[in-house]
Design a protein around this ligand. Structure first.
Ligand code: DPP
Ligand code: ZN
Length: 873
C-alpha cells in the first residue's frame, strides 16, 4: 500500500534555493542540465541522505560543485536520485538527463502538442523533467536557458521575465528567463515552438506596465481576442476587489491542443487547453465564452492565491483551489448577473460535487490521505472548497471577509501554508472562534438539513425547527454537527418579507440564522401573520434542504420571493416532486400540471427578471439530479420517461406562450457575447428545447430551420441538441450535416462527438463504437476522448445505464485501453461509476460486473487502480 498520510508530513531535510536549467531541444530528444543550489534544512543531521524525486528519468552525468561523483556516492533509478552523504553545507548539484517528449502520451512533464514543446508540472510533473525535491514546500528562484532550432521554435518561453537571448549558431537560438519569485516546481513551465501571438498591455494601479501576450497556432490569433479582453478585466477586478496587483513585467498565455486539464497557472506563463482560449461566434457557444472568461480569471487569480501564497503539501490543495474558484465565481457575478451566476454555480455543484460527496469517492475538502494526488483534483476540492469560502464570507460579512483576506496576504505572502493558517487569519481578523467551522474542510458528506415549522395564531409566535445530519462516508462513520449559515426571510401574504419583535433559541444575525447544533429551534415573536419561510437564500450553505412546505407554498415563493435564487429553487422543487411522484407511479394530475405550468408562464412573462434567469427557471432538474434525490433503486429509463412527460405537459399547456417568447427573441441582431445577448439566446433555445422535446406541433421543423439559418454556433448547436434529444425525424440528417459542414475545427468536432454521445437513443452506443473504431479518430487527444466518452458516461444516464450493461462495458473497455497511454484521462472517465450502487439490482449487478472485469484484467495505472478500488470498496 502506497498511501500517503497528512499526519506523516515532515519538512524536507534539504532545501533548494536556486534552480538553473539549461534545456536543449532537438528534433527527437531534449537534454536538461540542472544546477540546483541545495542546503540542509535546520535540524538536519549531517549524513542524512538526500532523495530527489524522478519519474521515468535516465541520468547521464552528475557532479557536486563541479566535481563528478563516484558511483558509490549516489544511486539513480528512473524514480529517484539518492545522494548517500551530501555535504552539510550549501552546494550545487549538477545533473543531466535526456527526455523524449515526443513519446510522452501521459501529457505530464515535458511533451509535444502539435509539434510545440510544452509542460504540465502540477502536481508531480517536474520530476519527469529533472531530479528534484518535487513537493510544494520547496520554493526556489529559477533561471532557465532554452536552446532550439530557430525555424522549429522561434518562440521560447518560461516563467518570470525575459532576461536575454540570441544566436546559438547552426541555425539555433537561445532565450533566458529569470523568475525572481521563489516558487514550487509545480508552477514551472516552458514552451518552445512555432507560434503566433496577439499582444496587448495592462498598466497596474501603481503604474507598472505589463506586456500581455496570448500565443497560439498560426491563423488563430483573432480567436484569442475575447480571452485577452477577459484577462484585462480580471487584472482590473483583482485590484478593485482585493487590492491585488500583478507583479512581473510580462504575463503570457499559451493555448495548446493536447492538455489534461482546463488550464494551468504557471507563474507568468499560463498554459491553457485551447478550448478555453479560442472563441469566435461561428465556432464557440455562449457557454464557451463564459467558460473562457471564468478560467482566464481563475488562472490569473492564482497568481496571488496559489503562487504568491502556495500549499505546504498536496493535502492543502483546497487552500488554493477552493479560494480561487470562489474568486472566479465572484468575478463572474460582478461581470454578469449575480443571481444567474449563483444558479449556474449551484447547478454545477449539484451535478458534480453532491454525487461525489454521496458516493464511494467522497472525501473531505482537505483529505488526510491519498494514493494518487492526481485523483484529488475533484469537484469537492474545487466546488465545495469554494462554497466553504463563500460561507466564511457570509458569516463574516463583506468587510470582515476582506479584512481576513488582507491579513492572509500580509502574513503569508511568500509562504507554503495550510488550511489551518487560512482559517486562523479570519479568526484573528474577526475575533471569532472558527474551530467548529473548520469541520467543513475535514468532514466529507453533504449535510441533510430538515426543517419543520409551527405557528401559533394566538401568540403570534412562529418557530422553525432544524435538524442536521451527515451520512457516513468512507473512513468517517461518525459525523459532527456543522456550522450552517441559513440566509432567510419570512415571506408574508403580500409577498414581502415580514419583521419580528423578538427571537430566541439560536443565533440570528439580521437575515442570517447560524446553526451550530444537531437540532435547533428558533422562535420568532410578534410575527404579524403566518409566513412562508424562504430558507437558504442564495444557497447560503452546501446542504440538502428538505422542508415541510407544500407545492402551493413553493409556487407562492416562486412568484414572490425577494431572493431570485429561491424563486428558481422553488420551481425546481415543485418539478422535482412531480417527477419523482411520476417515477413512483402516480400519474401527473391535471391540477398539478396546470399549477406548475401557470407559474412557469408567469415567470416567463415577468418584468424585472432577465432572460438568463428565465431560461434557468424553465429548465427542469437534470435526470442525474433526480436520480441523486431518489438515491436508491434508480431506474434511469423511468426517470427519463417521467421527466419527459412533464415536459410534454408543459409544452402542451404553454405552447402558445412559449412560441411567442421564442418569436419575440428571434436572432436578427449581430452576435455579441455579452450577458444580456447570451441570456436572450439561452431563453429562446430553452423554449425551443421544451417545444421540441414536448412534441409541440411544428417544433421539430422549427429546430431544423433554426439549425440551418443560425448565424452563430450557440443557436446552431442548440437546435441540433434539441433535435437529437427528442430524436426527431431530422436528427440523424442534422448530425450528418453538422459533421460534413462544421467539424473542420477540432473544437467543433468535439461538439459533434458530444452531441452523438448524449443522445438518449437506443442506437447511440453503436454510433459511438463506430466513431471510436475509425482509424482516423485522434485517440490521444484528451478533448476528443472526453467529448465522446466523458459526455456519454456523465451526461447520458439512460444509455450509460442501459439495462443490458452494454453502456457500462463500453466505458470500462475504453478505460482499459486509454489507461495505457493517459492514466489521467482514464481515471477521470471512470469516476462516472460513482453512482453504481444507487441503481436498481439488475443495473447494479451489470455495473459491478463491468468494474470487476476491469479489476481482474489488471495492469492498471495507479490513477485508475485507485479510483477503481475506492469505487468498488
Ligand atoms: N491548478 C490547475 C487549476 O485548477 C489545475 N491543474 O487551475
Ligand atoms: Zn485552480
Amino acid at each position: 500500500d502506497q498511501t500517503i498520510y497528512l499526519k506523516d508530513y515532515a519538512p524536507s531535510p534539504y532545501l533548494i534555493e536556486r534552480v538553473e536549467l539549461d534545456v536543449r531541444f532537438e528534433e527527437s530528444e531534449t537534454r536538461v542540465r540542472a544546477l540546483l543550489t541545495i542546503l540542509p534544512n535546520r535540524d538536519t543531521e549531517p549524513g542524512t541522505p538526500l532523495v530527489l524525486d524522478g519519474d521515468e528519468l535516465t541520468l547521464d552525468t552528475i557532479a557536486i560543485d563541479g566535481l563528478p561523483l563516484v558511483l558509490s556516492a549516489y544511486a539513480a533509478t528512473p524514480d529517484a536520485l539518492t545522494l548517500m552523504e551530501p555535504p552539510h553545507r550549501r552546494f550545487v548539484l549538477e545533473t543531466e538527463v535526456r527526455l523524449t517528449p515526443e513519446t510522452n502520451t501521459r501529457l505530464m512533464g515535458l511533451y509535444r502538442s502539435n509539434g510545440v514543446w510544452c509542460t504540465q508540472c502540477e502536481p508531480e510533473g517536474f520530476r519527469r523533467i529533472t531530479y528534484f525535491l518535487d513537493r510544494p514546500d520547496i520554493l526556489s528562484t529559477y533561471k532557465v536557458t532554452m536552446t532550439a532550432d530557430r525555424a522549429l521554435a522561434p518562440i521560447l518561453l518560461s516563467n518570470g521575465n525575459p532576461s536575454g537571448g540570441g544566436d546559438a549558431g547552426d541555425g539555433r537560438h537561445y532565450a533566458v528567463w529569470e523568475d525572481p519569485f521563489p516558487k514550487p516546481a509545480y508552477l514551472f513551465a516552458l514552451v518552445a515552438g512555432d507560434l503566433a501571438a496577439i499582444h496587448d498591455s495592462f498598466t497596474t494601479a501603481s503604474g507598472r506596465k505589463v506586456a500581455l501576450a496570448i500565443y497560439c497556432e498560426h491563423g488563430k490569433q483573432e480567436q484569442c481576442a475575447y480571452a485577452m479582453d477577459a484577462l484585462k478585466r480580471s487584472m482590473a477586478w483583482d485590484e478593485r476587489r482585493f487590492g491585488l496587483e500583478y507583479d512581473l513585467d510580462v504575463f503570457n498565455i499559451v493555448a495548446v491542443s493536447d492538455f489534461n486539464f482546463g488550464a494551468m497557472e504557471n507563474k507568468g506563463l499560463n498554459i491553457f487547453n485551447d478550448k478555453l482560449v479560442f472563441a469566435r461566434p461561428e465556432t464557440a457557444t455562449d457557454v464557451d465564452y463564459a467558460g473562457i472568461e471564468s478560467v482566464i480569471a481563475h488562472e490569473y487569480f492564482h497568481n496571488w492565491t496559489g503562487n504568491r501564497i502556495t500549499c505546504r503539501d498536496w493535502f492543502q490543495l483546497c487552500l488554493k483551489e477552493g479560494l480561487t474558484v470562489y474568486r472566479d465565481q465572484e468575478f463572474t457575478m460582478d461581470e454578469r448577473s449575480r443571481p444567474v451566476a449563483r444558479i449556474e454555480d449551484v447547478r454545477k455543484l449539484r451535478a458534480t460535487q453532491f454525487p461525489e460527496d454521496g458516493g464511494p469517492l467522497a472525501h473531505p475538502a482537505r483529505p488526510d490521505n491519498y494514493r494518487e494526488i492526481n485523483n484529488f483534483y475533484t469537484a469537492t476540492v474545487y466546488e465545495k472548497g469554494a462554497e466553504i469560502v463563500r460561507m466564511l464570507a457570509t458569516l463574516l460579512g463583506e468587510a470582515g471577509f476582506r479584512k481576513g483576506m488582507d491579513l492572509y496576504f500580509e502574513r503569508h505572502d511568500g509562504d507554503a501554508t495550510t488550511i489551518e493558517a487560512f482559517i486562523a487569519v479570519f479568526a484573528e481578523a474577526s475575533g471569532r472562534d472558527l474551530s467548529q467551522f473548520e469541520q467543513w474542510y475535514l468532514q466529507a458528506g453533504t449535510p441533510d438539513l430538515e426543517v419543520g415549522e409551527t405557528w401559533d395564531e394566538a401568540t403570534r409566535r412562529y418557530s422553525l425547527s432544524f435538524r442536521q445530519r451527515t451520512r457516513p462516508t468512507p473512513g468517517q462513520p461518525e459525523k459532527a454537527p456543522m456550522v450552517i449559515p441559513v440566509r432567510f426571510g419570512l415571506v408574508g401574504p403580500n409577498g414581502s418579507d415580514m419583521g419580528w419583535s423578538g427571537v430566541s433559541g439560536g443565533r440570528v444575525e439580521s437575515d442570517l440564522i447560524v446553526l451550530e447544533d444537531g437540532e435547533t429551534t428558533i422562535t420568532f415573536e410578534g410575527v404579524a401573520s403566518r409566513p412562508v419561510p424562504s430558507l437558504l437564500r442564495g444557497f447560503s450553505a452546501p446542504v440538502n434542504l428538505t422542508s415541510s412546505l407544500g407545492q402551493a407554498e413553493k409556487l407562492f415563493l416562486a412568484r414572490h420571493d425577494a431572493d431570485p435564487f429561491n424563486r428558481w429553487q422553488a420551481l425546481q422543487d415543485v418539478a422535482m416532486k412531480l417527477i419523482i411522484d411520476a417515477v413512483d407511479g402516480a400519474a401527473l394530475s391535471t391540477a398539478d400540471a396546470d399549477a406548475f405550468t401557470d407559474a412557469l408562464v408567469e415567470t416567463l412573462g415577468a418584468e424585472g427578471l432577465d432572460d438568463a434567469f428565465k431560461a434557468h427557471a424553465l429548465t427542469l432538474p437534470a435526470e442525474t439530479d433526480i436520480a441523486r434525490i431518489i438515491g436508491k433503486s434508480v431506474d434511469p429509463d423511468a426517470i427519463h420517461a417521467a421527466r419527459q412527460s412533464l415536459i410534454a405537459a408543459i409544452s402542451e399547456r404553454a405552447g402558445h406562450a412559449l412560441g411567442e417568447a421564442y418569436d419575440a427573441r428571434s436572432a436578427d441582431t449581430p452576435y455579441s457575447p455579452g450577458a444580456a445577448e447570451a441570456g436572450r439566446r439561452a431563453l429562446r433555445n430553452t423554449v425551443l428545447g421544451l417545444l421540441v422535446r414536448g412534441g409541440a406541433p411544428g417544433a421539430a421543423a422549427r429546430a431544423t430551420t433554426q439549425y440551418h439559418e443560425a448565424g452563430n454556433m450557440t443557436d446552431r448547436l442548440a437546435a441540433l441538441s434539441s433535435a437529437v434529444a427528442a430524436w426527431t425525424g431530422d436528427a440523424q440528417a442534422l448530425l450528418e450535416d453538422f459533421r460534413t459542414h462544421h467539424t473542420a475545427d477540432p473544437l467543433v468536432y468535439d461538439k459533434w462527438l458530444a452531441a452523438n454521445a448524449i443522445a438518449p437513443h437506443g442506437g447511440t452506443l453503436e454510433r459511438l463504437r463506430a466513431i471510436l473504431a475509425d482509424p482516423d479518430f485522434p485517440r490521444n487527444n484528451p478533448n476528443r476522448l472526453r467529448a465522446l466518452v466523458g459526455s456519454f458516461a456523465n451526461a447520458n444516464p439512460t444509455q450509460f445505464g442501459r439495462a443490458d450493461g452494454a453502456g457500462f462495458r463500453f466505458v470500462t473497455d475504453f478505460v482499459a485501453d486509454v489507461d495505457r497511454r493517459n492514466p489521467n484521462v482514464a481515471a477521470r472517465v471512470l469516476t462516472a461509476f460513482r453512482v453504481w450502487r444507487t441503481y436498481e439490482p439488475g443495473r447494479r449487478e451489470a455495473a459491478e460486473r463491468a468494474l470487476r472485469g476491469l479489476a481482474e484484467a489488471g495492469g492498471l495505472s495507479r490513477n485508475t487502480a485507485d479510483i477503481l478500488a475506492r469505487t468498488l470498496d
